[in-house]
Unconditional design. Sequence first.
Length: 278
Amino acid sequence: MKFGIALGRLNPAFFLEATLEAERLGFESVWLPEHLVFPLALAGSPHPGDDHPPVPPSTPVFDCFAYLSFLAGKTSRIRLGTNVYLLGLRHPFVAARAIQTLDIVSQGRALVGLGAGWLESEWTAAGLDPRQRGRRLDEAIGVCQRLWTEASVEHHGDFFDFAPVMFEPKPIQKPYPPLHIGGESDAALRRAARVGDGWLGLVHSFESIAAPVERLRELRKQLGREGQSFEVTIGGRLEHKSDVARWQECGVDRLVVSPWRRSPDALEGMRGFAARYF
């Protein structure tokens, strides 16, 4: 089992200190959420069945790849992930360059969580149609994959159109940093099965994780991808050491945890977690 730290559950003042301690303790990764902007009129939620926004519009947010590149310069081992990056809100040139830069400055430690996003008003504020966010994301992923792997790229699609370009240097990880597709909808699961190196879910229980894991297995089998490497990453509780094996039996490869109640307690909480479960 791999264990990651949910930086989004911390006050940003603790990001660096928590990342340094996570690396020292042996956590595998840290994960940073992101948004481009929060409209004052927030509505909706990423949690199925919940209409209440999980954050206020005043929530502090940073450019995730800039901040993770900063953390890369302060660390040497821990992996650096986005949970999740709203790729569809950016031109793929911008996104591909940001991801490539993190992978290079971290010497191949980038983990790229991607999602279509739940906040429709964010898309509207950016001048984009939220009804097209899935299709736009799919096209943007395809363009990025080509930029990271092909000598020159020409593209004429529904959302992006450009004559031949070159994109150098290529990422360190081959063919590119692992793409972990976020989202709980069936569309997100289909996207993860089709183009993902993994799936990023929300917080789950032993009971609730069964359905998406089984659905992913079915979809990947239909696509002929069941033999390829694929990771399931979620948030989940641990109460006993035996729970680690139980999560693994459920098909989970990585738990992203936040073993603290308040940000000032984070370091001590991480130390206690590591002592108990590592």
